[in-house]
Design a binder for this molecule. Structure first.
Ligand code: V47
Length: 380
């Protein structure tokens, strides 16, 4: 990789501030938080993208992963409805549009994927004040019984800590019960930005950054791998982003349990934060979306994959992201609610063959994966 990166530095990098960073990437050295800030603040998108592309190729070659999956949101009722001001999905129990699915309704929704057999259920929802742990363990067991071999990636760290409180139990006990019911891995949501000041503004009363990290540490120790995320494009600074990435990288050094990093683009419609700031209709822009993918790839040198969540940044930009350090296009998704409630205008679902076409159109080699990134289908 060193030669490729030095060539990039000579031919593609126009911002001189990035040259020492390119040298560190070429030498296989770890980037510092100041490097991350310089990358976030630089306008040399093509230079940053070329560096990230080299870092990704060294790990994943030309392969691009995707999954035949289905997102299920069993409830949107959430006790943090009034304090997570960036969220358009949550409702109070008696608010218009509040819902909580029965197990039969969840099973009915789970059977709706048409374009390919589902290999992963991605299950997240609100912090319901009354739903017990058994609601989730019954759901996971029933899905695993109805769909043998399916992976269940379920419940964010925030939901798991909430269940531990409701059950007057500990986080490891809740995790063990979920694992025993058939949980395969945990999604990366709820991380937002770890900075205390940012959290006080956008997600007051939500699990603190250190607590989010502690739940993932417990999961990794119990043999439950997980994903990690960062919500960008609201009130955070470049330093906040850099410190967030450093905390994720530190945990990964300790446990090795993160599978993929997913930068999540904030959508400002139909939520208090967007309303207060007058941001309606002003979602993140392509340059910042690509930069977040690329900087994530460069800084998180110990995380195997970087995923682009196409419902947030559009399928076409996600295709371009495959040359900016991303090696994963999420999946078929089927029902995306969290971002569509917030104004995302992308489709709800991507057909399996369209995902394959998108990857091939980027000159890459599609690999259908399971939740643990084991290949389940390759294409000649
Ligand atoms: O934590 C909420 C975000 C996350 C908004 O692990 C919003 O594979 C933008 O974590 N605008 C949940 N984002 C989704 C999530 C996720 C998605 C895809 C794959 C994986 C994975 C995880 O959605 C929340 C929050 O960061 N979110 N509201 C909004 N208005």
């Amino acid at each position: 990789m060193a030669t490729a990166v030095r060539e990039i530095a000579d031919l593609r990098i126009t911002d001189h501030a990035l040259r020492p960073i390119a040298e560190r990437v070429a030498a296989g050295e770890r980037l510092t938080s100041d490097d991350a800030i310089a990358l976030f603040e630089s306008h040399d998108l093509l230079g940053i993208g070329a560096l990230a592309d080299a870092a990704n190729r060294a790990k994943n070659g030309d392969r691009v992963f995707f999954s035949s999956n289905q997102h299920i949101n069993p409830t949107n009722v959430c006790v943090l409805r009034n304090t997570c001001v960036f969220c358009s999905f949550a409702r109070l129990p008696k608010e218009d549009g509040a819902y909580t699915r029965t197990l039969d309704e969840v099973l009915a929704e789970a059977s709706q994927a048409k374009s390919s057999p589902t290999r992963e259920f991605h299950i997240v929802g609100g912090l319901h004040p009354k739903l017990r742990l058994s609601y989730y363990t019954d759901m996971i067991r029933a899905l695993r019984e109805a769909y043998p071999g399916v992976h269940v990636k379920a419940l964010t760290a925030v939901e798991i800590a909430h269940l531990a409180r409701i059950e007057r139990s500990s986080v490891p006990e809740v995790l063990l019960a979920l694992k025993e019911a058939g949980l395969t891995s945990m999604p990366g949501g709820g991380a937002e930005v770890f900075s205390t000041a940012v959290r006080a503004t956008i997600a007051d009363r939500k699990l603190a950054g250190e607590e989010w990290i502690a739940v993932h540490r417990d999961a990794h120790r119990l043999g439950i791998p997980s994903n990690c995320t960062m919500l960008y494009g609201h009130v955070e600074t470049a330093r906040d982003r850099a410190e967030h990435l450093a905390m994720l990288r530190d945990l990964q050094d300790e446990t090795g349990g993160f599978l993929t990093y997913i930068p999540l683009a904030y959508h400002p419609d139909h939520n208090e934060l967007g309303d207060q700031m007058g941001w309606t209709g002003r979602e993140t822009q392509g340059v910042d979306d690509l930069k977040n993918i690329a900087v994530g790839r460069l800084v998180l040198d110990n995380v195997p994959h970087v995923k682009t969540h196409w419902p947030m940044v559009t399928p076409f930009l996600s295709q371009v992201a495959l040359s900016f350090g991303s090696d994963d296009l999420e999946g078929t998704v089927v029902y995306e609610r969290v971002y569509h409630e917030a104004g995302a205008e992308t489709p709800m679902e991507m057909l399996y063959d369209d995902l394959v076409r998108l990857i091939r159109g980027a000159g890459k080699v599609p690999v259908e994966r399971d939740s643990l990134y084991q290949p389940v289908r390759t294409f000649d």
